[in-house]
Design a protein around this ligand. Structure first.
Ligand code: UD1
Ligand code: CA
Length: 404
């Protein structure tokens, strides 16, 4: 196909989330919803990519600018949310001089994948407009796809449907490929003559048909195009994503007990023959090596756990490094800068912060080790506290090799 750009619609308020946070900044799999369509657009090879922002636009822009590869993303601010037609018209301002087609994605549809877009691309060859459809359990609120024979005639919004039209089960997913020349010309013909008084992007399907270029509609698996409108949808998306990630890990040789309760965020790694027990959560780009055991309820964020380490139940590990064969917990807390070398042991009710523990060293019970340097083969007894703070300054504690 010739050149392909993208517009990501993310200006809507997301009223049904009932949230102070813009909808597309809610997270699933550890990532803001808006990150998914941006990564997909990059995978598809779209350039440039324009994000239409509106409600909470500055926050959305800041979140995107934090992502790597976002330097090339352009923003278009939609002043008032006058409908999807207006949103795309706004986005077009960022595509001046571009030719070919534009992929229209939604900021709140995180599970769409490359394969599904490839299907759409195939169907789009020679078309003015093509879009994805699905059959939801309950089509309430969605635009209905009106077909006559094998010809796609229109998308009718729920609120504009007559009774017989409401019985149509196939609905519009809100993901489109549109020829840019057709889009630029036809978008000026949209009007607000409809039940919601909005400019409907979906009216372009009927326009294309009347111009003798009927649209292509590609029906896909409802899970791929699930949109997040409220927290119930968010939980559904979470569950699908979690199960996809867990299945993949299990196929790669990770044992997961009760996978429905285990959450491994996107961007994390877990090595072969590692066991994840119920209720484990691993997030924020953590890496867990091979042959580890991560017991029930352990929370691991932004950390590295090397091969053969054992993390016992209900330990909380953030920004830490656990060396090969080391043991942590139960109920231990490793905070940022905790670094356990090979076979070190931290037992129950021990907190470690910004402290390096040498090979084979132990703190088996009830201790606070902050801002310290512990050598090899050290034994730290129960009740030990490194008094690192005197109210004004932080101080370092050093225990050399072999100290008991
Ligand atoms: C739209 C489609 C409907 C389809 C449904 C799928 C239209 C008219 N209708 O419904 O056929 O079944 O999506 O979910 O397009 N947005 C803006 N600015 C606006 C309005 C919307 O950026 O002025 C963005 C939203 O943030 C969202 C996307 O466009 O990302 C879709 O908007 P939404 O209000 O969810 O869709 P509907 O109009 O209800
Ligand atoms: Ca709407």
């Amino acid at each position: 196909m010739q050149s392909l750009s993208a517009i990501v619609l993310a200006a809507g308020q997301g009223t049904r989330m009932k949230s102070a946070l813009p909808k597309v900044l809610h997270r699933t799999g550890g990532r803001a919803l808006i990150r998914f369509p941006l990564e997909l657009a990059a995978q598809v090879g779209c350039s440039p990519v324009v994000v239409v922002i509106g409600h909470g636009g500055e926050l959305v822009r800041q979140e995107i600018e934090r992502l790597s590869g976002s330097e090339s993303v352009r923003f278009a601010a939609q002043a008032r949310q006058l409908g999807t037609g207006d949103a795309v018209r706004t986005g077009l301002a960022g595509l001046e001089g571009e030719e070919g087609s534009v992929l229209i994605l939604s900021g709140d549809v995180p599970l769409l994948d490359l394969g599904t877009v490839e299907e759409l691309k195939k169907a789009h060859v020679g078309k003015a407009i093509s879009f994805l459809t699905f059959r939801p359990d309950d089509p309430t609120g969605y635009g209905r796809v009106v077909r006559r024979g094998d010809r796609v005639e229109a998308i009718l919004e729920h609120k504009d449907c007559k009774e017989d039209e409401l019985r149509i089960e196939e609905v519009n997913a809100g993901i489109y490929l549109i020829d840019l020349a057709f889009l630029r010309q036809s978008i000026t013909t949209l009007d607000t003559d409809n039940a919601q008084g909005e400019l409907y992007l979906t009216d372009l399907v009927e326009r294309a048909g009347r111009a003798g270029r009927p649209a292509a509609a590609v029906e896909v698996d409802p899970q791929r195009v699930l949109g997040v409108n409220d927290r119930v949808d968010l939980a559904r998306v979470d569950a699908i994503l979690r199960s996809t990630i867990n299945l993949e890990l299990m196929r790669q040789g990770v044992t997961i007990r009760q996978p429905g309760t285990v959450e491994v965020e996107l961007g994390c790694e877990v090595g072969q023959d590692t066991e994840l027990h119920p209720g484990v959560r691993i997030g924020n780009e953590s890496r867990v090596g091979r042959g580890c055991v991560i017991e029930t309820g352990a929370l691991i964020q932004g950390s590295v756990i090397e091969d053969g380490a054992v993390i016992r139940a209900y330990s909380v590990i953030e920004g830490a490094h656990v060396g090969p064969g080391a043991e942590v917990g139960p109920m231990a807390r490793l905070r940022p800068g905790a670094r356990l070398l090979e076979k070190a042991k931290v037992g129950n009710f021990v907190e470690v912060k910004n402290t390096r523990m040498g090979r084979g060293s132990k703190a088996n019970h009830l201790a606070y080790l902050g801002d310290g340097e512990i050598g090899e083969g050290v034994n730290v007894g129960a009740g030990t506290i490194f008094c690192n703070y005197d109210g004004f300054a932080k101080h370092k504690t050093v225990l050399e090799d072999g100290v008991f």
